[in-house]
Design a protein around this ligand. Sequence first.
Ligand SMILES: NC(=O)C1=CN([C@@H]2O[C@H](COP(=O)(O)OP(=O)(O)OC[C@H]3O[C@@H](n4cnc5c(N)ncnc54)[C@H](O)[C@@H]3O)[C@@H](O)[C@H]2O)C=CC1
Ligand SMILES: O=C(O)C1=N[C@H](C(=O)O)C[C@H](O)C1
Length: 233
Amino acid sequence: MKIALLGYGRMGQTIEQIAISRGHDIVIKTSSNTGYNIKEADVAIDFSIPNAAFNNISNCLNNDVPVISGTTGWLDKYNEAVSLCEKNKGAFIYASNFSLGVNIFFELNEILAKMMTKLDDYKVDIEEIHHTKKLDAPSGTAITLAEGVIKNHSQYSNWKLDESTENILPITAKRIPDVPGTHIITYKSDIDTIKIEHEAHSRQGFALGAVIAAEWIIGKTGVFTMKDVLNIG
Ligand SMILES: NC(=O)C1=CN([C@@H]2O[C@H](COP(=O)(O)OP(=O)(O)OC[C@H]3O[C@@H](n4cnc5c(N)ncnc54)[C@H](O)[C@@H]3O)[C@@H](O)[C@H]2O)C=CC1
Ligand SMILES: O=C(O)C1=N[C@H](C(=O)O)C[C@H](O)C1
């Protein structure tokens, strides 16, 4: 498979190693939105920056190249990307987190929220910890987790960063050098605390998931999620 890497930073470089080890060719690797012909690739993988992701995705969809995006912090334009994909009969996957472990954790989070929904004594909060180079806060993964709680728990209707009121689920974001990504969901009452936690040990899991998604999407048409790729939940 001929892969275009749109964004050649920490993730782009990790994806390159894994893609090559699985027998793929990297035909484009770029940290810019110009100077390449996307049509040379069978599939594109975008791990860039919040301001660039939508343009990168649109360029792929306008040129019939299936696209996987893991960039976070651009989701105000997600629905526009979905419409463009549908209009062009293209193929597109966005995931806030491509690792198998986090996708299992997403499912656990929803099951736990369902179990806790009637238990008013417990208050929920989400904490995410990432390296100091991260541009966005809260993390895309923390937002997906918050949406998973809100969907399944009657007390919460929205989430906010560093703010907690009656129906608002608080997220806190910490930045510590070299942390690849940790997410903790806590249910706390006066009597006890229940916590579930996912800690990434490196970027390998994110990168492997993105390459698996790129392999999976070839020949398909539509807007998909990692749930479709991994067939879990
Ligand atoms: N969904 C997931 O599983 C994961 C998502 N991420 C997200 O992926 C993104 C990238 O993360 P990192 O690689 O750690 O960041 P990074 O900062 O190391 O790499 C981003 C690269 O994009 C480049 N870039 C800037 N403008 C561009 C453009 N117009 N087109 C293409 N590239 C451009 C930058 O120069 C930089 O080299 C972030 O949004 C991060 O939150 C990170 C890890 C896992
Ligand atoms: O920027 C990162 O590094 C990560 N970003 C993603 C996010 O915002 O959730 C996924 C992962 O936690 C690493």
